[in-house]
Design a protein around this ligand. Structure first.
Ligand code: DP6
Length: 326
């Protein structure tokens, strides 16, 4: 059978997804908004082969760790079900950024896998179907299908058909950059799924977090439409802080940051006070991410490079959606 290769980008949420209403289908408690990050890409090749007794998964040119391979196989089962085949597949996936850089690769990974695997299985899926499929692998992956600036609607359907991401702005429509600081390249101590579930079950702030996210999403989408960077940056910062506040209040509390993260947050606020257009966000890990205008990118990158504890600085621009490249 044919071999299909897809490339997809990681994305960073400016309005965060952090809480599920359905853990099986990865249906979120609230909507979210993200931008796709070029050059943080994953490239994945899938080929179904009747000679294979089991799926064979390679990550960055070596056999993938068993937990990773099992997650890929579970995802392939969804594609096999849909295509009505039981063939096993050869999967080769590689991140263009170091896998150990402490950046989430599940969004780019499952978006690339959804496109490559559905193509290889002979399915002809539209963007909405691909987004819903990628979501099953990892929630945030649904936003990497359209890329650009994407909104993932929470949806109301119990089967998740309306819980998909769509693009609200193309990459060149906004003058925005993301400067990522690596504050700890080690693996995450707690996966997003586990931490989200603990927050949902135990954090007394969870309800307030979900409620505030719905209005933050409206404000952020309007700010994108108006190219109001200051408004968008403000919402991004408060969404990140709100998510971390809900996590801190979980039982036991979850502290994703290290000292370098806090220093970076303060540094960004100082740069802003000095007149730069820059705002802070941070996901379920310690890496600080600065959202800024392109004119401010050199100053932001230089400030991160001088911060003690920052191991690497990666400059990103807004990228496109997941595509077949071969
Ligand atoms: C903090 O999409 O990795 O980055 O659906 O359980 O795979 P699962 O979670 P995942 O969570 C991302 C959480 C976040 C915020 C965001 O990207 O919106």
């Amino acid at each position: 059978m044919a071999r299909f290769t897809a490339r997809a980008l990681a994305n960073v949420a400016l309005v965060k997804y952090f809480g599920k209403r359905d853990t099986e289908l990865n249906l979120p408690a609230a909507g979210s908004l993200s931008i796709a990050l070029e050059p943080l890409a994953t490239t994945t090749t899938v080929e179904f082969d009747e000679a294979l007794p089991a799926d064979r998964v390679a990550l960055d040119d070596a056999p993938a760790p068993s937990e990773f391979a099992a997650r890929v196989s579970r995802f392939l089962d969804l594609v096999r079900d849909r295509a009505g085949t039981s063939l096993r597949a050869r999967v080769k996936t590689a991140n263009e950024f170091p896998t150990a850089a402490g950046l989430a690769s599940s969004a780019s990974g499952f978006a690339a896998l959804a496109v490559a695997a559905s193509g290889a299985a002979g399915l002809q899926l539209g963007d909405s179907e691909l987004s819903a499929l990628a979501r099953r692998g990892s929630g945030s992956a649904c936003r990497s299908i359209p890329g650009g600036v994407a909104v993932w609607e929470a949806g109301v359907d119990p089967d998740g058909h309306d819980s998909i991401a769509r693009r609200i702005a193309a990459p060149d429509e906004l003058d925005l950059r993301v400067v990522v600081g690596i504050a700890d390249a080690g693996p995450k101590p707690l996966g997003s799924t586990t931490s989200m579930e603990r927050v949902r079950r135990t954090s007394p702030y969870y309800r307030a977090w979900v409620e505030s996210t719905a209005s933050d999403l409206e404000v952020a989408a309007a700010a994108v439409a108006d190219r109001d960077y200051a408004r968008l940056g403000e919402v991004a910062e408060r969404s990140a802080l709100g998510m971390h506040a809900a996590a801190l209040a979980a039982r036991p509390g979850i502290l994703f940051w290290n000292g370098t993260t806090v220093a970076a947050l303060r540094c960004i606020r100082e740069l802003r006070a000095a007149g730069h257009g820059v705002w802070f966000t941070c996901d379920a890990g310690p890496q600080p991410k600065a959202l800024c205008r392109s004119a401010d990118e050199p100053a932001v990158a230089a400030a991160f490079e001088q911060l003690a504890g920052i191991e690497q600085v990666i400059r990103c621009r807004i990228g496109g959606g997941a595509t077949l490249i071969g």
